[in-house]
Design a protein around this ligand. Structure first.
Ligand SMILES: [Fe+2]
Length: 334
């Protein structure tokens, strides 16, 4: 059998070959401008910490300057400080500090991104999620799962400004091109039921009680005691409350899950891939995928870890490696 000579369109050199690519939106796999595969996760976003003490006065000033009609957007996004990044805190998640003042309300709406909020300060705020109204108190974690109606309001009977940390999977939804957003017709949900207990509310006192009942250190060694809020909290975000006594050093590990830690109590530092991040109550720490890290508590500390573990797990992409230290330990000093 004889083969017909292939039609090469008259191309006789590599230069001619590459100019034949022009206008066709194609690229040769043998000479990519940027590789498509690599041996392990690249260090694109960086470990970083934000101090509540830095952001609180800025939010307070915004409280005076930014109209309360914008209360649902009067927040400060924690943008991972790598060149070119304008939004995510870690690849799939964004965190923000938010302030709501007495008498202010954010109108009901829903969106495909899932969100949660960790209350840092202030009493007298309520959130309504899909018809259930719950009070929000410091340390509480409240969920607004994907596509559920939600609003929040601060009662005028309290004179305390309320600060919280929001964590949302908006960067993931951006990547997937699945953003939908809708305002509630008539601004606020009617037919609202008051509740102190709800599946979307994790009370700080319950978290403390559950931590106190934990007998065992978790196998991963990244906390002295740990509980999970929900199982998982939402389809894309897991929440763990992690407790570390003063002087305690965690194991060192890395995971493909992206993490955002919010410090609810205590102080210490996180050493993440060569960066040392000091933290205290109200601070937020970002540890992106595959960065080796460990925590060191200088006073009794409790952190809320929000991570994309359920997402990574559902996709078969969750890998976690404990790097060194057979057991987490209390520093003996000296
Ligand atoms: Fe929202």
């Amino acid at each position: 059998m004889t083969l017909e000579p292939a039609d090469t369109g008259g191309v006789r050199s590599l230069d001619e070959l590459y100019s034949a690519f022009d206008g066709l939106s194609i690229e040769g796999g043998w000479h990519r401008r940027s590789p498509a595969l690599w041996p392990e996760p690249r260090r694109t976003l960086v470990p970083h910490g934000w101090r509540f003490a830095d952001v609180r006065p800025i939010l307070a000033a915004a409280g005076d300057l930014v109209d309360h009609e914008m209360a649902d957007r009067r927040n400060v996004t924690l943008t991972n400080p790598v060149e070119g990044n304008i939004y995510p805190t870690v690849r799939t998640l964004v965190a923000a500090y938010q302030l709501i003042r007495p008498g202010e309300a954010a109108k009901a709406h829903r969106h495909t991104p899932s969100a949660l909020r960790i209350i840092l300060e202030g009493h007298g705020t309520y959130t309504v999620v899909q018809g259930t109204r719950v009070e929000m108190r410091p340390g509480d974690v409240l969920l607004t799962p994907s596509w559920l109606w939600h609003s929040h309001a601060h009662l005028e009977t309290s004179d305390e400004d309320c600060y919280w940390v929001d964590v949302l999977d908006v960067p993931l939804v951006h990547l997937l091109e699945t953003m939908f957003f809708e305002r509630y017709p008539g601004d606020f949900e009617t037919d609202v039921v008051e509740a102190d207990e709800a599946p979307i509310a994790f009370r700080w006192e319950d978290s403390l009680r559950r931590l106190g009942a934990e007998q065992q250190q978790p196998e991963h060694g990244m906390a002295h005691r740990e509980i999970q809020l929900g199982d998982p909290a939402m389809r894309t975000i897991a929440l763990h409350v992690q407790e570390m006594p003063a002087g305690w050093t965690s194991a060192r590990s890395r995971t493909t899950a992206n993490s955002v830690f919010t410090v609810v109590e205590g102080s210490g530092r996180t050493e993440a891939d060569g960066t040392v991040i000091e933290w205290e109550r109200g601070d937020v720490v970002a540890v992106p995928s595959w960065r080796p890290y460990r925590h060191v508590a200088s006073s009794d500390a409790r952190l809320v870890r929000a991570s994309d573990e359920p997402l990574m797990s559902a996709l078969g992409l969750l890998r976690t490696e404990r790097l060194e230290g057979t057991s987490a330990q209390i520093e003996t000093g000296g």
